[in-house]
Write a protein that binds this ligand. Structure first.
Ligand code: MG
Length: 270
């Protein structure tokens, strides 16, 4: 069949197919699955139409940027989201702030966030000093202390031998990173950390903390169980604490730089 009539038939058929497809889609997009089984341990049916939908979050255009609902802890300009304690008083961090970064000033002490966090996903970028000085634990040492208690080590890990459970990316004193994807001194490293805080019930540990760490895009801990609070040359253990505590960055007397620090709560407290 040729001619205008054939074209008209084709258009009609295409419209019918489209209508059919749309109809199928809208039907399957919102099924009323109330006759399906209940998921184990949950109050929801499989495909339950009453189950709350996730909120919409604006995604990032470039990896490492904060999503729309992140708490930006350092945007390259100021440390107003951080404090430190000096002689028992809470004061603004005495870090050096440069072009989009801040630097630990030797002897000024750890800094901590004003806000408290428990389960979270953290992004932090760090660089050990470009001018190499010292060796082992005395070379580009700092640390990301989740809840102020559980340290993911920051250290110059470029041709800088030290004990494995104390190198960069280690859960300090417990677990070395699976591999060492360190960049050269002075270059920026990224940590993307997913942390599940420990749970305590009746003054006892009910569930340990777990952490996943992605360092420069490489998984170095995958849902690793944390043995307890970070200690040096001792066996770690848990001491009950609050569900949320400040995030802390360590002053280990080395001028380590940080930039682009943001965090997202995970879970119902979000
Ligand atoms: Mg450290």
């Amino acid at each position: 069949m040729t001619g205008p009539f054939a074209g008209w038939i084709c258009s009609l058929a295409a419209a019918a197919l489209l209508a059919c497809a749309c109809s199928r889609e809208s039907k399957s997009a919102d099924p009323r699955h109330t006759d399906t089984p209940i998921l184990p341990g949950l109050p929801w049916h499989v495909h339950d139409p009453a189950r709350p939908h996730p909120k919409t979050v604006t995604p990032v255009q470039t990896a490492g940027e904060p999503p729309s609902d992140a708490v930006v802890l350092f945007d390259g300009k100021d440390l107003s989201k951080w404090v430190q304690t000096v002689d028992g008083r809470e004061v603004p961090p005495r870090c050096k702030i440069g072009d989009g970064w801040f630097e630990v000033v030797k002897g000024t002490g750890n800094i901590r966030t004003r806000e408290k966090f428990g389960d979270c996903r953290l992004h932090v970028e760090w660089a050990s000093p470009e001018v190499v000085s010292g060796a082992g634990q005395d070379r580009g040492n700092s640390g990301v202390f989740l809840m102020g208690l559980y340290e993911i080590q920051v250290l110059d890990a470029w041709d800088n031998p030290t004990y494995a459970d104390g190198q960069a990316g280690a859960i300090y004193g417990q677990w070395p990173p699976l591999v060492n994807p360190a960049r050269r001194p002075g270059e920026w490293n990224t940590y993307d950390i997913i942390f599940e805080a420990p749970r305590f019930e009746g003054g006892k540990l009910a569930r340990p903390a777990y952490v996943t760490v992605i360092w420069n895009g490489v998984v170095v801990h995958s849902h690793r169980e944390i043995m307890g609070g970070t200690v040096d040359r001792q066996v770690p253990h848990y001491t009950p604490h609050a569900a949320e505590l400040p995030l802390e960055l360590q002053d280990h007397k080395d001028p380590v730089r940080f930039r682009n620090v943001w965090i997202r709560r995970i879970g119902p407290s979000e």
